[in-house]
Design a protein around this ligand. Sequence first.
Ligand code: ZN
Length: 349
Amino acid sequence: MPLVSMRQLLDEAAKGGYGVGAFNVNDMEQIQAIMAAARETKSPVIVQASRGARAFAEDLYLFKLIQAAAELNPDIPIAMHQDHGNSFETCKSAIELGYTSVMMDGSLKADGKTPSTFEENVEVTRKVVDFAHERGVTVEGEIGVLGGVEDGHGAGGSGLDHITDPDQAVEFAERTGVDALAIAIGTSHGAYKFTKKPDGSVLKMDVLIAIHKRLPNTHLVMHGSSSVPKDLQDVVNKYGGKLKETWGVPVEEIQLGIRNGVRKINVDTDNRLAITGAIRKVFWETPEKFDPRDYLKPAREAMQKVVALRMTQFGQAGHAGDYAPISIAEIAKGYADGSLTTQPLVAAK
Ligand SMILES: [Zn+2]
């Protein structure tokens, strides 16, 4: 089927009470792994590309691969999303290519490193929302700043430096009209999220729940939400890797989030670990091999396994056939006539 609006995908997830994984891609094998997992589990899916991915793969290669995925999988709703757009121009270029969703990460300035002011964030996000909604494209905004750096994007530092303030989240949602809201609750990008199994002192699920109470109908997004399971770390290290011990976001915390308004969960590191472990194993055990297919095939299978597991854990499995896709033109009409609301329901404190 044609690429679908992420707004539709998330609205349906809210109706069904489940979350949808958003998996990052840079190449054909990762896209194939995600689609194989989506077919296996009958899941709607969000595929996302960072600015780094778009530069690595070249825009047109990557976008044509996604179109091929849509064409080859007529029964799977796929939203194509720009991850961490740093400016209006980045989001505009993704929309003009045909992405059905963009993230405007106005929590940082356009350098992708320096935290911005609240007013700057509102202004640039609002501008992207106006441009995107006219074209039927979904917008995710971010309030608060995540920790860590990935693909050259991020403020660095701890995830605890800029936790989202629930009152600001309400004002941000009201003033920007975003379809989905990424919040900072202590998570970080990359593999090194926590130095021990996270508890309430570093992973602020209470903040997430407080935001959901104020914005009960707003689709919340969890970034930096790989679980970084020990078995994936162990495979990498068993075959010559040198990962330091680290902890991600436990799946049961993500599931608690899903019960409290989280509809989109970003996962990248787990897939990177699965791929790297599978390739290292082939290199280690059969150093005589040199055909890229000998290690890319197991790498693709290892990623498929992780993605399928997450799809089941997030609850999106089995929901691919629940709804017919609404065309992007119809979605644009919905924004224009107000049938697709962009004003959040706000509950009293
Ligand atoms: Zn992110």
